[in-house]
Write a protein that binds this ligand. Structure first.
Ligand code: PLP
Length: 476
């Protein structure tokens, strides 16, 4: 293990030089801390080496394939980062009349999303997919309450939904009712029919579902839910799978969120800034968060006068940098490029599904969209090697592991999403690695069970790491 930067500290070592502060710019004593902050003292070169060393121990999309199912860890062209940087000097309190440029960009981005998703109005405020869900479901609640329909206390969520869906419904105050999947991994229409009634506010559908399957009975579902007065929520976080090919608005959905991170040129993960815009059909538009961006003639302004709005979900304009990246990405690709990205993402997933099917069981082995779920149940049964072990062994082979043990309806699940930015050569390399691991499971299972063998840290107590994280340096 290398040292922490605090342990590399030498009193007096310095990586910067400031000119003396002007007397009239001195921070008043009342705002100064009483004791010096305990900061490491290192030279510039040691500082640089420290972080360079740390960066080499991490794994990102720029290092190699990152097939993390549901998270769409695609390569994000650097030009979009450049575009976002051009807007970083704007102050969020700048008066509207001086911010017309960025407002026009946000407006146009909203118009593009309307077109791609087939919705009537958008808010760009939510900072993540889950916050978009919360916004959309709060709008559904506001809609029913506004109509004086107070008996709807339940939200239907299929068992193949993303985990955030039931969590969202619960946080907004609904009782979550699970709808089961049928033998094809799709929503069981009979179960949906049985559970839909006048106490149900709506259905939250993840499409494609977490098995990577397109819910082909969506129109029938819409009829069942709308027929009993409920609304339809579309979890469009994984838009890569359908963008340019199908639109939730045309399928009957009332409200939808998309993740600009994942699909539109911002990487997912690391807790970094995301963006989960929410689109609504006209009847739900009055409930959108305030403020709503309006275009009057040639000028843009924020409209706060929205009496039915659920309120504000994020300060200022939302995560503008992420929207700028998405805007640049959509402009660069154009309509045909967006369709091509979708086609390639689906092709890559199906290619891997068929090739990996020789050594592993595929859960619900059917034409998939952007991802599919492989099961290591066979390896577990025959060699006592599980999905987690296979993931750890992949690290040795230079791949980021897929999403593991999710969805919960598949035993020893490995959820694989290659996305459109991997070449055939890379995909074949991944197949070779997975096949080599399958062979090891049969011949030398111990190697897989004790992987990874090439990392500074091998296996950690993941529960303890999550429950009792030690992230603070304590001086000894
Ligand atoms: C990632 C994801 C979410 C949640 O998005 P966050 O930005 O992580 O909050 C919701 N639904 C689906 C299907 C997802 O893949």
């Amino acid at each position: 293990m290398s040292k922490l930067i605090f342990e590399k500290s030498h009193p007096g070592a310095n990586g910067f030089a400031l000119s003396p502060m002007r007397e009239d710019m001195r921070i008043p004593d009342a705002f100064l801390r009483a004791e010096r902050a305990n900061l490491p003292e290192v030279s510039e070169v040691e500082f640089t080496r420290h972080f360079m060393e740390l960066s080499k121990r991490a794994f990102g999309v720029d290092d190699g394939m990152y097939p993390l199912g549901s998270c769409t860890m695609k390569y994000n062209p650097k030009v979009n980062e450049w575009a976002a940087r051009q807007f970083t000097a704007l102050h969020p309190l700048l008066p509207e009349k001086y911010a017309q440029g960025v407002l026009s960009l946000l407006y146009d981005a909203g118009e593009m999303l309307k077109e791609i998703l087939g919705m009537d109005a958008f808010t760009l405020q939510p900072a993540a997919g889950a916050q978009g869900e919360m916004t959309g479901v709060a709008m559904i609640r506001a809609y029913h309450e506004h109509r004086g329909d107070h008996k709807r206390t339940k939200m239907l969520v299929p068992d193949s939904a993303h985990g955030t869906n039931p969590a969202t419904a619960h946080v907004v105050g609904y009782d979550v009712v699970e709808v089961t999947s049928n033998e094809n991994g799709l929503v069981d229409l009979d179960d949906l029919r049985a559970k839909m009634n006048g106490e149900v506010a709506g259905l939250m559908l993840t499409n494609p579902n977490t098995l990577g399957l397109f819910e082909k009975d969506i129109l029938a579902m819409a009829e069942i839910v709308h027929g009993a007065g409920g609304l339809l929520y579309y979890d469009g976080a994984n838009l890569n799978a359908i963008m340019g090919m199908a639109r939730p608005g045309d399928m009957g959905f009332d409200v939808v969120h998309v993740n600009l991170h994942k699909t539109f040129a911002t990487p997912h993960g690391g807790g970094g800034p995301g963006s989960g815009p929410v689109g609504a059909k006209a009847h739900l538009a009055p409930f959108l968060p305030v403020p709503v961006l309006q275009k009057d003639g040639g000028a843009y302004r924020w409209d706060f006068d929205r009496p039915l709005s659920i309120g504000q979900m994020h300060a200022f304009y939302g995560n503008v940098g992420v929207v700028v990246k998405a805007y640049a990405y959509m402009l660069a690709l154009g309509a045909e490029g967006i369709r091509d990205a979708c086609r390639l993402a689906v092709l890559a997933a199906n290619y891997l599904r068929v090739r990996l099917g020789e050594d592993y069981d595929i859960a619900y082995d059917a034409l998939c969209k952007h991802e599919f779920v492989l099961s290591a149940a066979r390896q577990m049964h025959e060699n006592h090697v599980g999905a987690t072990d296979i993931c750890k062994r992949l690290i040795d082979m230079g791949y980021h592991p897929p999403t593991v043990h999710f969805p919960l309806i598949v035993k020893e699940a490995l959820m694989i999403e290659p996305n459109e930015t991997e070449s055939l050569e890379r995909l074949d390399g991944f197949v070779d690695a997975m096949r080599a691991i399958a062979r090891e499971c049969r011949q030398h299972p111990e190697i897989v069970r004790t992987a990874p063998h090439t990392c500074p840290i091998t296996r950690v107590d993941e529960v303890k790491a999550a429950r009792n994280p030690v992230v603070k340096y304590e001086e000894t």
